[in-house]
Design a protein around this ligand. Structure first.
Ligand code: PLP
Length: 388
């Protein structure tokens, strides 16, 4: 019989220097912002960390060959993508990798295309690394926000060199379809773009009929102009352990990426490797039950939010990050409004749209119910005060 993991039981994170919880420490506001979950990690991961901890020497550590082999096997099994171990470059974070990628391609005249509404550290990267930034408008297809491929098709600027993709998309959790990715890949090949694809949420597909497709896996031409970024961190709640990997099939791109990181980016943490390996090797059942739990939270949230006057929530195909449309309320600062109601979410403004709030539902259902109840009361009161 499979082990049962109790996702209703969340530990108190006070006094653990948690970025998520300390923002609202002692305020009574529920922290539902940054993308880490309230759940304890799989005991299989804790066990692996503990047994390495017992060794008592924590010196410089290179990636275990067995972990590289595990990733190669994983890409083949999940995506029918045949990669080589030497294509893997380990980095302490996906954001760091997006920045290195931007730094490693082109020069100060290089134009980088980034989704207009996206996880803010993605469009921030070109600017931090002396590259130009162009925002790609978003379009809603099947109630899901994706980049507007028609707009991309119209681009003819020779300085366009990098396309930043976020798939599954944060915020909102849209999963790009095969035909959309194929269009993007064809454009990248024709227009000479490198696609830097942040796929950190790839293991958080909630809709059983949706499938994650790494854009690089489509064909060898796009594979050769891609940098794919993944990690176990979001799925297995390991963000504090700093471990992620880039898959860079093209030798020149890989060399440039390594050079751009040299002397700036530190080693991956020994416990990052240990935990990632344990997650991929022994975490399947925990992961399966996590997705079941998140689906319950998601379904509850969508049902309830859409019953609150003035709030709208589209289907969420992946991630634990709901993108709630609050524009009908006409608030100048929705973030403050909901904090005053006792719910601390990420302001949509940070992602590129002030009419939205992002809510992290990677928490117990009880916490989520409390958050929804506070939101409902505050919004109902708001309409009463407005007298409409
Ligand atoms: C799309 C995306 N990329 C990257 C990150 C952060 O990755 P890391 O902590 O490995 O830098 C997040 C975190 O929420 C994210 O949503």
């Amino acid at each position: 019989m499979n082990q049962y993991y109790d996702f209703d039981r969340c530990l108190d994170r006070a006094h653990t220097n948690s970025v998520k919880h300390d923002r609202y420490a002692d305020s009574g506001i529920l922290p539902m912002w940054v993308a880490d979950m309230d759940f304890s990690v799989a005991p299989e991961i804790t066990g692996a960390i503990k047994s390495r901890l017992d060794h008592d020497v924590y010196g410089y550590t290179h990636v275990p060959e067995s972990l590289n082999a595990l990733i190669v096997e994983r890409m083949q099994r999940l995506y029918q993508w045949s990669i080589k171990p030497e294509w893997l470059v380990w980095v302490p974070g996906v954001v760091a990798a997006v920045n290195i990628a931007c730094r490693s391609i082109g020069d100060s005249t290089t134009q980088t295309l980034s989704p207009a509404v996206v996880y803010p550290h993605i469009p921030e990267a070109p600017e931090l690394n002396n590259r130009c930034l162009e925002r790609v408008p978003m379009t809603s297809r099947w109630q899901r926000w994706v980049m507007d491929n028609k707009w991309l098709a119209g681009r003819g600027d020779v300085n366009d060199k990098i396309l930043l993709l976020c798939n599954p998309h944060n915020p909102g959790g849209g999963v790009y379809r095969c035909d959309e990715l194929s269009e993007i890949a064809d454009m990248a090949i024709e227009k000479d773009w490198v696609v830097v694809s942040d796929e950190v949420h790839c293991d958080l597909i909630l809709d059983p009929d949706k499938k994650h497709i790494p854009i690089a896996s489509l064909n060898s031409a796009i594979e050769q102009r891609s940098i794919t970024l993944m990690a176990a961190s979001k799925t297995f709640n390991l963000a504090g352990l700093g471990c992620s990997f880039a898959i860079i099939p093209n030798q020149q791109l890989r060399q440039n990426f390594r050079r751009a990181a040299k002397g700036i980016i530190s080693h991956v943490n020994l416990f990052g490797y240990i935990s990632t390996q344990a997650a991929y090797q022994h975490g399947d059942e925990w992961h399966r039950q996590l997705l079941d739990y998140l689906r319950i939270n998601r379904d509850y949230l969508i049902r309830e939010i859409n019953q609150i006057r003035g709030l709208k929530l589209d289907p969420i195909e992946a991630t634990y990050l709901a993108w709630i449309d609050v524009s009908e309320l006409g608030l100048d600062n929705p973030s403050v409004f909901f904090e005053q109601a006792g719910v601390g979410m990420s302001p949509g403004r940070d992602f590129g749209d002030n009419g939205f709030m992002r809510l992290n539902f990677g928490c117990s259902l009880a916490t989520l119910k409390e958050a929804v109840s506070r939101m409902r009361n505050a919004v109902n009161q708001y309409w009463i005060n407005k007298n409409v």
